[in-house]
Design a protein around this ligand. Structure first.
Ligand SMILES: Cc1ncc(COP(=O)(O)O)c(C=O)c1O
Ligand SMILES: [Zn+2]
Length: 409
């Protein structure tokens, strides 16, 4: 299988080889994330997309010919990836769009897209000789690492800000992780986790900082391409915090393009919360990532300094896309809209991508025939308190048939 040829810094272009302690560029610091690249001619010669059709399993290891593992075959205890791509007729009608799909990554084992990255990082770390794992997380990356490391019987340490939603912390605890609830922000927890991993020899899964997080997340794009008959969508809308999912989506499509499995690339749209839009500001401005004071109820995309921001801005530009910011109110409306038109329950961060679509459609920036895919990246049950803000809870009803009759008349 294809071991990476090189890992290249997005800031200074220095090239590194992979290793058990190779994370971001040591010269450029945490914003200098590394791009993984392969010998694409070799992949093209040794693997073809037609072979995919005969594979008996649907999880994301079907794309092993495009993943950085030495193993020729993967046995994984839980089913990661292979998530549905729904045509959502009710949402299509509500938005006046004819060709819209939701990629429902809430169907992953820990109920978020993060399982794609965690599963790859766990196998990669094990291949590199590491036996203990760590991550800092706004909630989902940690819940995901905890879930999958439990299934693989590997110990892990998860650093979360003490404000992380209760359901996500419950996941961590149920999965038996060592939970370090940090009195500080996600950014502070991130730096502390890096320091602790160095000190104690843990393999670090921090988003962006570990180059294989982008590689794992790219499988969502590989699946979308295959599910649409290798005819990529025109637009993919991605909820964006650190920018790692966005870069993963772009990496997936560009890898497919480079090996000749698809013949064109989609434009990407980064959906950000108004209260956490460092990537949008950099994209619309001079390209420099600057820290913001984060303030949004969409905890998973509430990020002061996006660690994968430089790569995400580069990728957004390369795709000819744009960034859209949405308010917390618009996110809550989008949660309710997705729920009642499609039967899909997304957490606020995930619903921000739907909110961005609503905004673009209202502004006439999505022609009705355009083929659009929106990622649903995390399940709504992870943050029930936020969900309840999106709806009107019912007044208690007197327990009588007359009261029901009055109510429904
Ligand atoms: C549900 C959900 N959506 C979107 C994101 C944003 O991903 P990224 O930080 O890679 O931009 C996250 C990250 O935690 C998430 O959990
Ligand atoms: Zn560098």
């Amino acid at each position: 299988m294809p071991l990476p040829e090189s890992l290249t810094c997005v800031l200074c272009s220095a090239v590194y080889r992979e290793g058990p302690s190779q994370y971001s560029c040591p010269q450029c610091g945490e914003l200098g994330t590394l791009r993984v690249s392969y010998d694409y001619d070799r992949i093209r010669a040794s693997a073809g997309r037609d072979g995919m059709a005969n594979l008996p399993f649907r999880d994301h290891w079907r794309y092993l010919p495009l993943l950085p593992l030495a193993a020729g075959r993967v046995e994984f205890p839980l089913a990661v990836g292979g998530t549905p791509l729904y045509p959502v007729p009710g949402l299509r009608k509500a938005l006046g769009l004819e060709r819209l799909w939701i990629k429902d990554d809430t169907a992953n084992p820990s109920a978020s897209l993060k399982d794609r990255a965690s599963s790859l990082v766990l196998l990669k770390g094990r291949e590199l000789g590491r036996r203990e794992f760590a991550a800092a997380s706004t909630g989902n990356a940690g819940a995901s690492l905890a879930c999958l490391s439990a299934a693989l019987e590997l110990p892990c340490h998860i650093f979360v800000p003490e404000t992380a939603p209760r359901a996500k912390v419950a996941q961590l605890l149920i999965f038996g992780a060592d939970v370090l609830s940090v009195r500080g922000t996600y950014s502070e927890a991130f730096s502390l986790c890096v320091e602790a991993s160095d000190r104690f020899g843990w393999y670090n899964r921090n988003t962006g900082y570990n180059p294989y997080t982008v590689e794992g997340k790219k499988t969502v794009a590989l699946e979308i391409a295959e599910q649409l008959g290798w005819e990529p969508p025109d637009t993919v809308i991605v909820a964006t915090g650190d920018g790692c999912i966005l870069s993963g989506v772009w990496k997936g499509f560009t890898d497919l393009y480079r090996v000749g499995w698809i013949s064109r690339l989609p434009r990407l749209v980064a959906a950000q919360a108004e209260g956490s839009q460092s990537i949008k500001q950099a994209f619309d401005g001079d390209g420099t990532i600057r820290a913001v004071v984060e303030d949004t109820l969409a905890d998973s995309i509430s990020v002061a300094l996006p660690r994968n921001g430089v790569m995400a801005v580069q990728d957004l530009k390369a795709s000819g896309g744009c960034a859209v910011s949405v308010s917390d109110g618009e996110i809550l409306e989008a949660m309710a809209l997705l729920g009642k038109t499609a039967g899909l329950f997304a957490e606020p961060a995930a619903a921000s991508a739907v909110a961005a679509l609503v905004k673009l459609a209202d502004q006439g920036e999505v022609p009705s025939g355009e083929r659009v895919v929106v990622l649903s990246t995390g399940h709504g049950l992870k943050d029930v308190d936020a969900a309840l803000q999106a709806v009107d809870p019912p007044e208690p009803l007197e327990c009588s048939i007359d009261a029901v009759a009055r109510r429904v008349s």
